[in-house]
Ligand binder design. Structure first.
Ligand code: SF4
Length: 320
């Protein structure tokens, strides 16, 4: 039976060409984003069933001392060089930040044989974890996943961030680790075309990035899949959810992410994708940002258009 492994190799065709491992110290994620594809993964479902947990209340893969030991053994085995945190959860899950587990794990990583630890988070590390990372700026890289409408007072998609700390708080943590020397990227993920690219969302958001001196940006569009329908409808209300779906090519279901047979996603309609990309591209260019679009999820339809330069497409290494 497919389950979530503590360590799993990356798959070819993903970032860094799959030359990394993921680590999943717990299963489930308290951030509980309504669009999260992890919920519908077979492995997550099976592990949660076995551990008797539910997605929004993460459960440790094994009892805490044994978990820490297993992590220490894994990251010092010599078989893992680049570690990504995490694929199906968030290392800065609030409960584990509060009870010190996130820090204990990070401390093991800081002392390990790893070459690189790539963190992507919608959470906020505590101060001692920030200090630990900034004491090891060559080891850790930091990606804060936020989206422009997260700072827009009248955003129609507020429900996407219902369980997250504020965008401002998350950006401030990113700015602090960047000041400490970490390669830091603001990952606009997921971008809702037609909403996150609205100037009322985008302009104040980019102004905040500038204020914090966060200049590296990457973006990926929201992917729709059958498994998120109920959560999205509940989080956004049926009307906004319907408007959002209207921007997608619902007849064009395809497997977009490699190696994930149990997730079939729908991409944006090409006209919507092009228009939104145009807005983001121009706003980021005019703002003097260094930026790419994630090539994995969105790019094929755009690459054939002459209007965007090839350097706008992530080469697999931009954010790490
Ligand atoms: S933070 Fe990531 S893993 Fe957690 S629920 Fe949101 S999308 Fe899923």
């Amino acid at each position: 039976m497919e389950k979530v492994d503590l360590f799993a190799p990356g798959s070819l065709g993903t970032c860094w060409y799959g030359k990394y491992h993921y680590m999943e110290p717990w299963v489930g994620c308290a951030h509980s984003c309504p669009y999260c594809y992890a919920r519908s993964r077979r492995s997550v479902h099976n592990s949660l069933e076995e551990l008797r947990g539910e997605f929004s209340k993460p459960v440790l893969q094994m009892e805490r001392p044994r978990l820490l030991e297993a992590i220490e053994t894994g990251v010092n085995s010599g078989d893992i060089h680049i570690l990504k945190l995490c694929r199906f959860t968030d290392i800065f899950t609030p409960g584990y930040v509060a009870d010190g587990l996130s820090y204990e794990i990070m401390e093991i990583l800081a002392k390990s044989k790893l070459d690189r630890v790539i963190i992507t988070t919608k959470g906020v590390p505590d101060q001692r974890t920030i200090d630990l990372m900034t004491a090891n700026p060559k080891l850790f890289s930091y990606n804060v996943a936020v989206h422009p409408a997260g700072m827009w007072e009248d955003s129609p998609i507020k429900g996407l961030d219902a369980h997250l700390l504020s965008t401002r708080q998350r950006l401030e943590a990113a700015a602090e680790v960047q000041k400490g020397g970490l390669l830091t990227t603001v990952h606009l993920d997921p971008v809702a075309a037609g909403i996150d690219d609205d100037p009322r969302a985008l302009q104040p958001f980019l102004a905040e990035l500038k204020r914090l001196d966060l200049k590296r940006v990457m973006w990926s569009y929201l992917l729709l899949s059958g498994g998120i329908t109920d959560y999205m409808s509940e989080a956004l209300g049926p009307e906004v959810w319907q408007e959002m779906q209207d921007r997608y090519d619902l007849l064009g279901a395809r497997r977009i992410l490699p190696g994930q047979d149990d997730t079939v996603s729908y991409a944006l309609k090409k006209s919507v994708l092009t228009e939104s990309t145009d807005k983001l591209y121009n706003a980021l260019k005019d703002g003097g940002f260094e930026f790419v679009i994630c090539s994995l999820k969105n790019a094929q339809a755009l690459k054939n258009l002459d209007k965007f330069p090839s350097k706008m497409f992530c080469n697999g290494q931009f954010y790490a």
